[in-house]
Design a protein around this ligand. Structure first.
Ligand code: ATP
Ligand code: MG
Ligand code: MG
Ligand code: MG
Length: 492
């Protein structure tokens, strides 16, 4: 029941393009261009950072944008926005997800932004108003910022019930791209999956699966500088982002993103490859739960791997590539040890991913063979280490007796010598009810990272400085992505 994901995505794009005269742009690559502050593109606004900061070349295409809409491929698996640990444990955080975004660059501001969002959700998608809650920035005295009462009043004037309009502090309602860069107060929309006249206000922003954040409307007004202070931006902008997967879940009447058509073909393909009872959702006994989590992790990770490889980020040894390697190794491990799948399962899921996302992101289809090859090669390379690591872990567990604390030096050597991601070791131990002293492990990891950074710095001094790259129209076309400027008839 409900519209297909493709229709939901298209309705968003057409609403802003057709009805509100936004220019439709394709997704940028997930590999950030010339932005050392980022490992992956983590939000739709990344490619527009120079516009917000006022540094876009005035002769460039970018500087002429006023109203823009797109569906952006995002990865949140490293850096400031890192959701890797939540993936599979919950049903609404992914490493890769699609962010539906709309922007006003120095054009309209808060009032129009809120009213467009409200119109789309309640009139076009027909989400009942009483299921929606909105939040606004409650102010921050240490930064000398007052509460965003303007946004509160706009929501009230749009007819939102006062008990559904809630202030939140900096952590939730002041959006920042990274440790530095564009930022500003935001107002967010949350959805109550249960309804029935109950008051779900207390569950907003509590990481509760019943009340999930869907859309963030950011009012870009500052640049966070390396010193930590906020520099007011020359112009005010609107930057909104809504998670497609979460929206589709609502419109298809589901409770979990994994029960929508963005995931079910991948889950079916996993089932076909490994047999057994198949994916059962969030219910079941402990071991089944573990198997279900494996289904979710593998389905999530194969999407991220496919999208990243298509954009030229391969599993490897530095920066984003390390993160991708971590994702791949986690996926391989869940396939082999929890799903007991034969080797090759992960790569065999790629056609399902391409089937779901290939029309929207043609680079996936174009690079399908390469994605399969890279995943297969990396799987083979890790499988033998995985078996060796598993043997070492099991032997150590036997020697530990009743102790519940795993020796750090063993974990560290599996990480260092066999290339196990640390978080994966943590997961494998957690399944056995064993703990790791993360304070020590994190300290070792920190020292290790600092050592690597120092040697990288020396290397970089010899190379040339990174250029800030403007993501212009020409650039998009060179990447082979179609740029449409025509305004189709407005329709759902
Ligand atoms: P959350 O609080 O749920 O972690 P967020 O506040 O970190 O989300 P934003 O940075 O505000 O997210 O991003 C805008 C929107 O993108 C969110 O409202 C949500 O719908 C979606 N989103 C964010 N992170 C993820 C993710 N890891 N997986 C899927 N969708 C996401
Ligand atoms: Mg988050
Ligand atoms: Mg949030
Ligand atoms: Mg948010």
């Amino acid at each position: 029941p409900g519209p297909a994901a493709g229709q939901v995505r298209e309705a968003f794009l057409r609403f802003f393009q057709g009805r509100h005269r936004h220019r439709r742009l394709p997704s940028a690559s997930v590999r950030p261009r010339g932005d050392p502050a980022l490992l992956f593109v983590n939000a739709g606004m990344n490619q527009f950072k120079p516009i917000f900061l006022g540094t876009a070349d005035p002769r460039s295409e970018l500087a002429r944008y006023q109203r823009v809409v797109n569906s952006q491929k995002c990865v949140r698996a490293g850096g400031k926005h890192n959701d890797l640990e939540d993936v599979g444990r919950d049903t609404y955080h992914h490493t890769f997800f699609e962010m539906l975004g709309s922007w006003s660059f120095g054009d309209y501001f808060k009032e129009e932004a809120c009213s467009m969002a409200w119109e789309l959700l309640t009139k076009i998608y027909e989400i009942p108003q009483d299921r929606l809650y909105v939040t606004y920035f409650g102010g921050d005295s240490s930064l000398g910022l007052s509460a965003d009462e303007e946004s509160r009043d706009i929501w009230l004037s749009l007819g939102v019930c006062p008990s559904h309009v809630l202030p939140f502090p900096l952590k939730e309602n002041f959006w920042e791209m990274g440790d530095t860069g564009p930022c500003g107060p935001c107002t967010e929309i949350h959805y109550d999956h249960i309804g029935g006249g109950r008051n779900a206000a207390a569950l907003v922003n509590q990481d509760n699966p019943d009340v999930v954040e869907i859309w963030n409307l950011v009012f870009m007004q500052y640049d966070r500088e390396a010193s930590g202070s906020l520099r007011p931006l020359p112009q005010h902008h609107v930057d909104t982002g809504m998670g497609l997967e979460r929206l589709v879940t609502i419109l298809q009447g589901k409770r979990s993103n994994y029960d929508t058509d963005l995931f079910t073909p991948i889950l079916d393909a996993i089932h076909k490859g490994c047999g057994g009872p198949g994916y059962q959702g969030l219910v079941g006994k402990a071991d089944v739960k573990c198997m279900n989590m494996a289904y979710r992790v593998v389905a999530d990770h194969v999407r991220a791997l496919s999208v990243c490889i298509a954009d030229g980020v391969y599993p490897g040894m530095s920066g984003a590539e390390v993160v991708l390697r971590r994702i791949l190794r986690r996926a391989v491990r869940f396939c082999s040890e929890v799903l007991h799948a034969p080797p090759g399962l992960l790569a065999s899921l790629v056609p399902a991913v391409v089937g779901i996302l290939g029309d929207t992101y043609p680079e996936l289809r174009k690079n399908e063979d390469q994605i399969v090859t890279i995943i297969s090669e990396n799987e083979v390379a890790f499988l033998s280490s995985l078996q060796r690591g598993r043997r070492i872990i099991d032997r150590t567990l036997q020697q530990m007796g009743p102790s519940k604390l795993f020796p750090v030096e063993v974990a560290w050597s599996i990480y260092g010598n066999l290339g196990f991601p640390l978080d994966l070791i943590g997961l494998m131990l957690e399944e056995k009810g064993i703990q790791l002293d993360w304070e020590i492990v994190n300290k070792l990891a920190q020292e290790d990272a600092e050592k690597k950074a120092r040697s990288q710095q020396t290397e970089q001094l010899e190379g040339s400085a990174a250029q800030l790259d403007v993501h212009s129209l020409a650039q998009l076309q060179r990447d082979g992505v179609p740029v449409t400027n025509d305004i189709p008839k407005y329709a759902y």
